[in-house]
Design a protein. Structure first.
Length: 387
């Protein structure tokens, strides 16, 4: 075996140094597969070759392919697969699943990987093997990012003709998933074409070629919604991402807003929010939280932050302490009577909507701020709470 520079990959192969180690590693892989809902596939792959309990050749090849795939060495995994075929060893369904997933996920690095992923998916069907729905999702997302709408529809028709239907719990199949994925493709292209900011363009291109980036953002949104008590919104997000395999447009639009704010482009963030509304995508409480706090960072947008805060409340969403404190603080920092008056009116309107600011929570948010700022913020709020 050649020298392996990747630390993770090196550690993986150190576990395969002799047959005893290989056998122990095989047990770990078997347990992992069984615990991941693939007990039948695990039994198929690791069925002993003889009464001596010798690992079958397909299991050994699959383990090596898995090591390369998990280390991100997709080309090496593909070479091992080709060597496997040349040796007369037929791949098992798990062999295909591991290789297909690796090819699809790494498609941004090599455009030919999408073609290989589709080819092996179809081969599985031709051999009577049932691919996991998650494998389909990964392949389809890669097609959506790297190929045309026509290619996506062609692949959809091919697998349907071979009788493939994914598990319903994974996502709503056929046109719904296709339409959502194509909508995402178009949006990525529009984002790149409609902005002249080079930094923001770079972020958008990353999403276009690496769908995993947005998955991480959806997970971040999910956690934030749970923490803020927006369980209904969190579960709706979970349903679309996990059960349906679709990246919700609210995640994409909110991430666009965050991208602009990251580079201090407040006006661009506000414009992205308006584009979101124009596209018919409803912001959730996380969207409002990100936008409002971002707007308050620029005193020129305090009025917009106030408007968004009230919009959020009108839609039945409760802002967290950090969000409404940021708006009140943005007015208090301006240190003039007109701003103070407008801020007090804001607090009155909030209370009129049944929302009472939590003074204790606000003090926690304001920790570390200059004492005069804290005093002005709390005086504004407490004057209305006492009244």
């Amino acid at each position: 075996m050649t020298v392996i520079e990747d630390i993770f990959l090196k550690k993986q192969f150190e576990m395969l140094g002799d047959y005893g180690s290989l056998n122990n590693y095989a047990i770990l892989v078997f347990d992992s597969m069984a615990n991941s809902g693939m007990p039948d596939e695990a039994k198929e792959l690791f069925k002993p070759r003889s009464e001596l309990a010798v690992l079958p050749d397909v299991a050994v090849f699959t383990i090596v392919i898995r090591c390369y795939a998990y280390a991100g060495k997709t080309k090496a995994a593909l070479r091992v697969y080709h060597h496997m075929l040349a040796s007369g060893v037929a791949p098992a369904s798990v062999t295909y699943s591991i290789l297909i997933t690796a090819l699809a996920k790494d498609s941004p690095s090599d455009v030919t990987f999408v073609g290989y992923a589709k080819k092996y998916f179809l081969e599985m069907l031709d051999k009577g093997m049932k691919p996991h729905s998650a494998s389909y999702t990964t392949v389809f997302d890669a097609i959506a990012c790297r190929e045309s709408v026509e290619k996506a529809r062609e692949f959809l028709e091919q697998i349907q003709a071979k009788g493939f239907v994914p598990e319903s719990k994974i996502f709503q199949f056929e046109e719904t998933h296709l339409a959502e994925a194509m909508k995402g493709m178009k949006m990525y292209d529009d984002l790149v074409n409609n902005t002249t900011d080079k930094n923001v363009q770079k972020v958008f291109r990353t999403w276009r070629t690496k769908p995993g980036c947005l998955y991480k953002k959806s997970l971040k949104m999910y956690k934030a919604l749970i923490e803020d008590g927006s369980a209904d919104q969190a579960m709706e997000l979970y349903k679309r991402v996990v059960e349906m395999g679709i990246q919700p447009m609210v995640v994409v639009h909110t991430s666009v807003i965050e991208a602009y704010l990251k580079f201090g482009k407040t006006k661009g963030a506000l414009g992205a929010y308006w584009d979101m509304l124009a596209a018919g995508v409803a912001p959730n409480s996380y969207t409002y939280t990100i936008l409002i706090k971002g707007l308050t960072a620029d005193p020129n947008f305090s009025g917009d932050a106030k408007k968004c805060l009230l919009e959020m409340m009108d839609k039945g969403m409760r802002p967290n302490a950090a969000t409404y404190t940021a708006v009140i603080e943005s007015f208090a920092k301006q240190e003039d009577e007109a701003s103070e008056k407008e801020c007090k009116e804001l607090v009155e309107v909030m209370m009129g909507k049944g929302f009472v600011p939590n003074a204790k929570a606000m003090m926690e948010v304001l920790k570390g701020r200059p004492t005069p700022v804290i005093r002005r913020v709390m005086n504004i709020v407490l004057s209305k709470l006492k009244g």
